[in-house]
Design a protein around this ligand. Structure first.
Ligand SMILES: *Cc1c(COP(=O)(O)O)cnc(C)c1O
Length: 389
């Protein structure tokens, strides 16, 4: 038995979080109350977007976003094969078709060149949108992507689940945070406990577009609204303040106030958590710089949110088992989505995306979370080096 049991990720719940939740449990609203708006306001301030819409989870955020963007049956969307399957599934929920483009072998995010290649030999209007993923916390350069999107009339939905607080530097030397709404139409986040901010389950959509914001608000709650009423009902002027209308086919994708209360409290530690994640990442990089281990590329002006710390090694299965034997529970992110049996049934196959598949053969995610202790990280490093050398 090892002295340690170290997961690859872990939530950090403190007394302030518990107090925040208990206070809401004792309040009048468990859902549809004031904590939702407070969380949305604080989150949009943190991310730098005009608007934020809290929803039940990251997958619901993706689905609602696709709906708000008007994605329909028969339309086509591009995403990365190296992501959680929800990034791709959300387009399928709308009856659209998913296309993948290969990743950049150094940043592990969607390669703009491979997207360009995919679009180049198709007629204009063939694709409706693109869902880039800020993989492991590495923010996609949405400025470059926007140029491409403009040319081809695509919307951009940024899957920023891994990257709250991450930024890249644009051509005007401005820091552009993931989800700030500067270049992407919409961005989505998840508050699953393994992500930066834990709500149990939860998600958020951010945007600078008022129309999309209003659509999302209505779609989140059954398509029901009490404003901008149509009133095509008998005795229209005899309707009191109970009156509401279902104007679109929406869903119940609401977050509860209990979850929002937890999120509000967690958000106050987001910045310090991010700093800690970067310290941990720097220590890993330093420890592995002289051995045959590849880390995600560092690019000047890019601040990585380090949801994950992925390394690539020759013998991944061997290292995985060696770490497990020592109580270190590394993980693998991700099995390429196009190789999932469901997607293979849709026609995708091994060999379609060599960079993504080669990445998958070698990748392993080491423990990365703010409460990882220095001595625990030392132990992880020691065990990794012991195996690789
Ligand atoms: C976690 C995650 C999701 C889904 O979020 P849930 O809250 O679990 O539904 C989507 N995309 C990426 C990249 C994720 O990591």
């Amino acid at each position: 038995m090892s002295q340690y049991s170290i997961p690859y990720g872990r939530q950090d719940i403190q007394q302030a979080d518990i107090d925040s939740v208990v206070e809401t449990l004792k309040s009048d609203f468990l859902t549809q109350g004031p904590k939702i708006h407070e969380f949305e306001k604080n989150f949009s301030e943190y991310i730098g977007s005009k608007y934020a819409v809290a929803v039940a989870n990251g997958t619901a955020a993706l689905h609602l976003s696709c709906l708000a963007l008007g994605l329909k049956h028969g339309e086509r969307v591009i995403t990365s094969p190296i992501t959680f399957s929800a990034s791709a599934n959300s387009a399928l929920y709308c009856g659209a078709e998913v296309f993948f483009a290969d990743i950049n072998p150094n940043t592990y995010t969607l390669s703009i060149e491979s997207v360009q290649k995919l679009i180049a030999n198709k007629p204009k209007g063939f694709f409706s949108g693109i869902i880039p993923v800020d993989f492991a916390g590495f923010p996609v350069n949405t400025e470059k992507l926007r140029e491409l999107a403009k040319e081809h009339d695509l919307w951009i939905l940024e899957d920023a689940c891994h990257a709250p607080g991450a930024y890249f530097t644009n051509s005007n030397n401005e820091k552009i945070k993931s989800g700030s709404g500067t270049y992407a139409d919409l961005a989505i986040f998840s508050f699953h406990p393994v992500k930066h901010i834990a709500c149990g389950e939860g998600g958020m959509i951010t945007t600078n577009d008022k129309k999309l914001y209003e659509k999302l608000n209505i779609l989140r709650t059954h398509g029901i609204t009490k404003s901008e009423l149509i009133k095509n009902i008998p005795n229209a002027n005899q309707q009191g303040s109970w009156y509401y209308e279902m104007q679109a086919l929406g869903y119940n994708y609401r977050l509860t106030d209990i979850q929002a209360a937890l999120g509000i409290s967690q958000l106050t530690r987001a910045e310090s958590g991010l700093e800690r994640r970067n310290n941990i990442a720097n220590r890993y990089r330093d420890a592995f710089k002289d051995v045959n281990i590849k880390c995600q590329r560092i690019i000047e002006g890019v601040y990585n949110a380090h949801h994950l710390f992925v390394i690539q090694v020759q013998n991944r299965l061997g290292l995985y088992n060696h770490l497990r034997e020592n109580g270190i529970f590394a993980q693998v992110h991700y099995i390429p989505v196009h190789l999932m049996p469901y997607y293979q049934d849709l026609g995708w196959k091994a060999g379609d995306f060599p960079n993504a598949e080669n990445y998958y053969e070698h990748c392993i995610s080491l423990p990365m979370f703010p409460t990882l202790k220095d001595e625990e990280q030392e132990f992880v490093i020691e065990k990794v080096l012991e195996f690789v050398n």
